[in-house]
Structure formats: C-alpha cells, structure tokens
Design a binder for this molecule. Structure first.
Ligand code: UD1
Length: 359
C-alpha cells in the first residue's frame, strides 16, 4: 500500500485536487491523505468548495491563516513537517502555485520524500508575481512534473529539467469543470441572479498588482461602472478586494448595473461564467475555464502563464486602465468561440496522473 499525501490550501487548489482524490480513492493500492494548510479559511473561500467538489474532510488541518509571505510560508512549513515525518509518504502531491504549494514542496524535498507537482511548467515570465516564484521553485523541487499543456513542457525543458520527469497529462481544472457542468447548468445561476444568459458580464479581481494600488483599482472600478451601462456586471469580491475597495472608498455609490457580491461557490460561479457575455479577470483558472467554455475573456494583466488561452482566441490581455478596458470589453462582449477543443483538456487528466503515480 502506497501513501500519497496531497497538500492544498487555497481556493484554486481545491478544484485541482478533487478529481485526483476521486481516482486515488478508488485505487486499492493507494492510501490518499489530504492536508489542508488553512491558507484560505473563510467558509466561502474554503469549505463551500469542499461541498461543491465532494472533497472529503481533510485528515489534517494546519489552520495557518493569513500573514505576510514569509509568515505564511514559514508557518505552513513548521506545521507540515511533523505530519510528513509521521506519515512517511511515498509521494507528496502539491497543486498550482500558491504559498501552500511551495511550502509543502520544500518540506517534503528536504525530508527526502518525492514531490509531484500538479500543474507544473506554467510561466508568466513576471518575477514580480509571488506565484511565478512559487512555480519555479516548486518545479525545481519536484521529481514528477504533471503539465497541462505543451508550452509547459517546453518551459521545463528550457530550464534543464530532465524530460523523464515531465508528464503531459492535460488540464485537471477541466476534469472538475466537466464533472460539475451538468449541475451548474441545472442550478441556473443567471436566472437566480435575475440576469439573462449572454447579456451580462462576470468579473473577478484579486491580484495585489490590481487591487493594492488605489489608482489602479480606481481605474478598474471606473471601467466596470462604465461597462455596466451595456449590461449587468456581476462582481463577486475576494476578501482582499473588498477590503481594499472599502479602504479606498471605491464602488460605494454603486453604478446601476455594477453588482458587488460575496465570493461565490464553485458551481454557482461556473454556472454564471458559462452563461456570461463576457468575463473580466486576473485569475489563472478563470482564463482556462472561459477558454474551455468558449466565453470571451479579458485578463487585466500584462502577462499570462497560460498563453494557450490567448492563442486559442477566447482570452486577451488588457492593461488595467479604463481607456483600454472599456473598448476591449465592448468589442469582446458576446463574441463566443467554439467550446472544448484544447489538446488533453478532456476530463482525463486525473486518470493519467494516477496511472503514472501507481502504474
Ligand atoms: C492566494 C494565492 C493566489 C491565488 C489566490 C486565489 C499566494 C501567494 N497567492 O492569493 O495565487 O490566485 O489565493 O484566491 O498563495 N483572506 C480572507 N479569508 C480567506 C483568505 C484570505 O479574508 O479565507 C484575506 C486575508 O486578509 C488575506 C488576504 O485575503 O490577508 C490574502 O489572502 P492570501 O491567501 O494571502 O492570498 P490571496 O490573495 O488569496
């Protein structure tokens, strides 16, 4: 019996772990242990995803909470180390690019446990993003690198990672999306929110580069207020974004069509995104979900670690300025592309990873 230990901590980890947990749980020769670092802890940021994605209660919850990068990463390392030593896993799986990912990978690698990185090889080339540092370091520490797309393989090869460690398995986010889509369609979130399919926009913004600077956030909110003349703009707020908007006194007046909302669960968000005329985001996963669904997406960033979404044609990078964002949004509004055509984004990524983990 092999022990595979998965470490997750933040919202974008949960949809990457869920499909793999389902496959590993069915495997007779594997014991799958889940550790939640507690990087995200609000019910809306964490527990609601467990319910939507049917993730079992984690065996360990480290309860680290928020803090500076050093505090958070260090706290996760200190609390994870004794668990890794007690469990002596045959493999530690880490997901994506958040602080929990790099912290767990460092602990495991130094204890001599092999690390598998799910969603390896993505690169934005922007070293000011904490996630880029997390991605590069985690990949360097990993002995199994599970990549979502060919550009990721090329990035890893260019960094000198031996080809034998790199496994192109496809995009595991899409496994979760396909699993949840029938449920999301039945939920009819547009109807529940009183908006007509393909006549509204959905927005998510939470990157420090967009929300921590008052001038940038003011430009973004002004753009959304202007866009809301075209149709309702639904904006579920990440806690960081809500706090900044309050601090900077933004969005309080509330232009008619701009709706500030609480963070949404996975299925409700998917249901809204699937029916949208346009999505504006700075998230990584949302760029991929819109690509798969053929929904036009504007990414308010200067770079993306997911260039395949831009090449595919649904996603476009736009500067975080009103003068750039509004015309781009009006042009992209309702211009859907064909859904579901990217190589290996097919719902089979978890199965392919499991075959490599336990042949
Ligand atoms: C983290 C990830 C980011 C990912 C994002 C998804 C890192 C470096 N960043 O960013 O890559 O895209 O998650 O959401 O790991 N907060 C709450 N409740 C929570 C969680 C956070 O109120 O449950 C607030 C706290 O004030 C906290 C702030 O949000 O300080 C930021 O949280 P943190 O986990 O540090 O980073 P995110 O911005 O969520």
């Amino acid at each position: 019996m092999k022990t595979v230990l998965s470490v997750m901590g933040a919202r974008p980890n949960f949809m990457k772990l869920a499909p793999l947990d389902r496959v590993l749980r069915d495997h007779r020769d594997i014991r799958h242990v889940i550790v939640h670092t507690g990087q995200h802890y609000d019910v809306a940021m964490s527990q609601s995803f467990f319910q939507d994605l049917a993730i079992p209660q984690p065996q360990y919850d480290l309860g680290v909470g928020s803090g500076s990068h050093a505090q958070q990463t260090g706290e996760i390392m200190q609390r994870f180390e004794p668990i890794a030593m007690a469990e002596r896993p045959d493999l530690v799986l880490v997901y994506g690019d958040v602080n929990s990912t790099v912290a767990a990978a460092l602990v495991a690698a130094k204890l001599g446990f092999p690390v598998g990185h799910v969603e390896a090889g993505l690169r934005s080339g922007d070293w000011t993003m904490p996630e880029e540092i997390n991605r590069v370091v985690t990949d360097r520490l990993s002995s199994l690198l599970f990549t979502p797309s060919r550009d990721a393989d090329e990035n890893l090869q260019a960094e000198g990672i031996p080809s034998g460690r790199i496994h192109l398995v496809g995009n595991i986010m899409i496994d979760s999306l396909l699993h949840a889509l029938p449920h999301a369609r039945r939920l009819d979130a547009p109807g529940r929110h009183g908006v007509r399919p393909r006549h509204y926009a959905v927005v998510t913004l939470h990157r420090p580069s967009n929300v921590d600077d008052p001038a940038t956030l003011a430009e973004l909110v002004a753009a959304l207020e202007e866009l809301s003349a075209k149709g309702p703009v639904l904006f579920p707020l990440h806690p960081r974004t809500r706090r900044r908007m309050e601090e900077f006194g933004l969005g309080a007046a509330g232009a008619n069509g701009l709706r500030l909302m609480e963070p949404l669960g996975y299925i409700e968000m998917l249901s809204l995104v699937a029916g949208a005329a346009l999505v504006i985001t700075d998230s990584g996963g949302v760029q991929e979900e819109t690509s798969y669904l053929g929904v036009p997406c504007l990414t308010a960033r200067s770079s993306t670690e997911r260039p395949v979404t831009v090449r595919y044609g649904t996603n476009r990078l736009v500067p975080s300025r009103r003068a750039a964002l509004v015309p781009a949004a009006l042009e992209a509004w309702g211009r859907h592309g064909p859904p579901g055509k990217i190589e290996l984004w097919d719902g089979g990524a978890a199965r392919r990873i499991a075959q490599i983990v336990c042949p």
